[in-house]
Design a protein around this ligand. Structure first.
Ligand code: ACM
Length: 725
């Protein structure tokens, strides 16, 4: 916790009086002082500290004026607690042991060298499910790492670990009835996913092969993990993948695949009754190890291709009158659910389990956006929201240029924090009750070791913790930011190799077509941050303009901005070209096809003044699956000197530079003259995120400005703005 200078503590005392009079949660100033994550539902702060030895407070032999009490008669939310610290001591009450545990975590976070600050807290979670998912298949993490994560999760009141134990990367849990799962497919030739999977050099190796990469948890390891988690009030949900993502199973037991051949299929053969014997046997052993009410049966990304030509699968479809292979997937998940229910458990699965008919009582994890979750909630099914664009911690958290290789995407902590798992515009209050929680997922294809895992998870997981716990109306980025910064050192004290936040700045714009100007806003993850900037493209120095909340651009600016600490520029400056250019507010038409999913700001996205950022998913980049050919109407014949357009490349998801970009102009809209063709300078093999600006300069008289970009790679092309001067 930060020690406040005397003066600001006096300010705080003044506010405290106002707060406690009205019994409302206090102002951000006090929140900064408390540095609690997640922020409690209700709290007030008073001036002063109760001095006590923290070791004694958290021991079983507490000082006389410290009371921790479980009182069932308190009722209310079973995870809630009441905490009072004043000159008389510490009074912590809860209706359950779990509530008491969470109160204790709050106290741990409150402790400072001066003692425990005087507070009165009434707390309970917003959502009952607050989860982190961990993929131990693509990379195996020893149980000690899992214990460490459980410690940190409990400190932030996260209560579910979704343990992704099986997938093509390797089977990770000992099974008595199917020993080959671990003796044959828990180890592989290569640790590096880019070589092993992407490079199609995929081979499993028997356990004990010298140099083999992998591992698995014995049943005793699992019992230890589950018991340790329970001691931290965390439930562990095992995930066993059906019917897809099962390459490793089908290597160990090829008779469960449609082809019967090694390294050929990823989905179980649904027409083979042995697949169901396997599923039930495995689930039985899993149930015995995990007390979790929910058992995750996967369900995501089944290829389904082999089912179309497999005689057994086709016979099953015919027998049951199934019209599509989706119904085969649904058939297996229904069977999994029936089995789990017969054992007193519940099935949870990825949102693909909606396809072909949702199992009657299934709970759905919505990962492909929110639509699966919304649909499920409307059908009366419980939902955990975990949409990729917000909740995937394997995505980049800063500019990929500065980061270890990741799967793609871009979810900096501010984006994560902005997520509200209850889509209030799409669901009624009654339907919203089915949104039981939120979860962040850490897939580990490109995460190679424990340090790297922690780096991707933290501090973003702290944003997830607050989303799940704190009332939505009390969450605010500017309030979270200083607390999150203060927790970086707490994470480090817990031995976590956290990302220490970016020196990059977030740049947002507001285009004002009445005042004919663009307001530019800068934001830093780091706090406090002295931000200085220039608008002429030069590198800012310690004497450049100090950012004071907005930069107003009336014509053309090349903003470069950076954080300064002790007069030194931190990291690399953040750059943004900003133009209130002459095509803004004009009209555009397209000779080529638009792609409905990537319309960005709509029909006028290319001439709306808004530039895109580092991801083509930020709503500013317009994407096309074909050539782009568009014409801007300047409304009258105009002197034009400069036209530019910027394209992005990120070949992982199939986004390429155009082969070339051509500018044409016309006075009448019929006869166009080419003013030049600029080829790309970026190789279509270059896997790094890159941008190219195609700039045409000249002296033209034209009413119509036409831009043609030539898609040459059977992928997408993306452009954010056509700038006309
Ligand atoms: C997933 O990301 N395949 C659930």
């Amino acid at each position: 916790m930060m020690l406040l200078p005397k003066q600001s503590r006096m300010t705080m005392a003044g506010i405290t009086v106002a707060c406690s009079l009205f019994l409302v949660a206090c102002s951000p100033k006090e929140t900064v002082q408390l540095n609690l994550i997640p922020l409690p539902a209700q709290f007030t702060v008073a001036d002063g500290f109760f001095k006590a030895d923290s070791a004694a407070v958290f021991s079983t032999e507490k000082p006389a004026n410290v009371h921790f009490v479980v009182d069932k008669s308190l009722g209310g939310n079973p995870e809630g607690y009441q905490l009072t610290v004043n000159d008389k001591g510490i009074d912590l009450k809860a209706a359950t042991e779990t509530g008491l545990f969470y109160g204790e975590q709050t106290l741990r976070q409150l402790f400072t060298p001066q003692g425990f600050p005087y507070v009165s807290i009434q707390d309970e979670p917003r959502l009952k499910y607050r989860g982190l998912h961990l993929d131990v298949s693509r990379h195996f993490f020893p149980k000690e790492e899992v214990f460490k994560l459980l410690d940190v999760m409990s400190f932030y009141k996260l209560n579910n670990l979704h343990f992704h134990l099986t997938d093509a990367g390797g089977w990770r849990i000992q099974m008595d009835k199917y020993p080959k799962l671990t003796t044959e497919t828990a180890f592989r030739t290569e640790s590096d996913w880019r070589k092993w999977w992407d490079g199609k050099d995929r081979k499993y190796l028997p356990e004990g092969t010298p140099g083999a990469y992998g591992g698995y948890y014995t049943k005793d390891d699992i019992r230890e993990i589950v018991a340790y988690a329970a001691s931290k009030h965390i439930n562990v949900i095992p995930e066993i993948e059906f019917p897809g993502h099962s390459e490793e199973v089908l290597f160990a037991y090829p008779e469960l695949s449609c082809s019967g051949q090694l390294y050929k299929n990823g989905d179980f053969c649904i027409g083979n009754p042995k697949s169901f014997t396997f599923m039930e046997d495995v689930l039985d052993e899993v149930i015995e190890l995990f007390p979790s009410e929910y058992i995750h049966a996967g369900g995501d990304e089944a290829g389904k291709g082999a089912w179309k030509t497999c005689s057994k699968c086709q016979a099953l479809m015919k027998k049951n009158g199934m019209k599509s292979v989706d119904e085969l997937q649904s058939y297996m998940i229904h069977k999994a659910e029936e089995h789990l229910i017969s054992k007193g458990r519940k099935l949870i699965g990825w949102d693909e389990i909606l396809e072909g008919g949702l199992a009657p009582e299934a709970t759905v994890m919505s990962w492909r956006g929110e639509s699966g979750g919304i649909k499920s909630a409307r059908m009366g099914h419980d939902v955990v929201m975990t949409p990729g664009n917000y909740m995937y911690l394997d995505f980049y958290q800063a500019d990929p240029k500065t980061q270890p290789y990741a799967i793609g995407g871009y979810t900096p902590i501010k984006k994560v924090y902005s997520y509200n798992p209850v889509p209030v515009d799409s669901l009624t209050a009654e339907e919203s009750k089915h949104i039981i929680g939120v979860q962040a997922n850490t897939w580990t294809e490109y995460i190679t070791n424990e340090k790297h895992l922690e780096y991707m998870m933290f501090p973003r997981a702290l944003a997830v913790a607050e989303i799940g716990w704190t009332p939505q109306e009390k969450r605010e980025w500017n309030d979270f930011k200083p607390r999150m910064n203060a927790h970086i050192s707490k994470l480090q004290q817990m031995g976590i190799n956290t990302f220490t936040l970016s020196d990059e700045l977030e740049v947002t714009m507001s285009v004002d077509t009445v005042k004919k100007q663009i307001e530019v806003f800068l934001d830093a993850e780091k706090y406090p941050a002295e931000i200085r900037y220039t608008t002429d493209g030069t590198v800012p120095t310690a004497s450049s303009a100090l950012y004071d909340g907005v930069i107003v651009v009336k014509d053309s600016a090349y903003v470069k901005a950076a954080i300064f600490r002790n007069g030194q520029l931190q990291g690399a400056p953040t750059e943004k070209k900003v133009d209130y250019h002459r095509a803004i507010n004009k009209s555009i038409h397209y000779n080529s096809k638009l792609y409905p999913g990537y319309m960005a700001g709509g029909m006028n996205a290319l001439i709306d003044g808004y530039r895109g950022g580092l991801t083509y998913l930020d709503g500013r980049w317009q994407g096309y699956l074909n050539d782009l050919d568009c014409v801007i109407d300047m409304e009258e014949v105009t002197d034009i000197h400069k036209v530019s357009a910027r394209f992005m490349q990120l070949i992982g998801p199939g986004v390429y530079q155009p082969a070339s970009v051509e500018l044409l102009t016309s006075e009448d809209g019929t006869n166009f003259t080419s003013q030049g063709i600029i080829p790309t300078t970026i190789s279509n093999k270059d896997a790094d995120l890159s941008f190219q600006e195609y700039l045409f300069q000249g002296d033209w008289k034209a009413r119509y400005v036409r831009l043609k970009a030539d898609e040459a790679n059977k992928g997408f092309i993306f452009v954010d703005e056509i700038v006309v001067w």
